[in-house]
Design a protein around this ligand. Structure first.
Ligand SMILES: [Cu+2]
Length: 125
């Protein structure tokens, strides 16, 4: 095999692997909350037809601040509810709304719209 052929083969293999990964990996995106100077592990969530990201990973034992930015006007997403933390908030269109959560134990905690149609998950490890 010449170098050119090798390169073409490798590029093809990578492209095929990429397509495979696209279909095989779970949908949605995972984001790690980042510890800020505030002492909170912080993450931004875009609300637009769903939550983006819809999977946020944070560490146990440190408080968490989720900041939602809603970029749509549909009634469905106007409220976000974190039932496990007994918290909810109105999300006015175009405004950042932060929800502070106390340090929590490892586990999976859902956040969802008022009707439970849009869902996201906070995974604490
Ligand atoms: Cu809804």
């Amino acid at each position: 095999m010449t170098l050119d052929q090798l390169i073409v083969t490798l590029v093809g293999a990578i492209a095929i692997a990429g397509v495979g990964a696209f279909f095989l990996l779970p949908k949605g995106s995972e984001t790690r909350a980042v510890l800020g100077s505030s002492g909170f592990q912080e993450a931004m969530v875009l609300v637009k037809g769903g939550y983006e990201p819809d999977l946020i990973v944070a560490d146990a034992g440190k408080p968490i601040r989720l900041t939602f930015l809603r970029e749509e006007s549909g009634a469905c997403s106007e409220r976000v509810v974190l039932a496990d933390f007994h918290k909810s908030a109105e999300l006015p269109e175009g405004q950042q709304v932060s929800i502070d959560l106390p340090a929590a134990r490892a586990g999976e905690y859902l956040f969802q719209c008022g009707m439970g149609m849009l869902r996201g998950k906070l995974v604490i490890r």
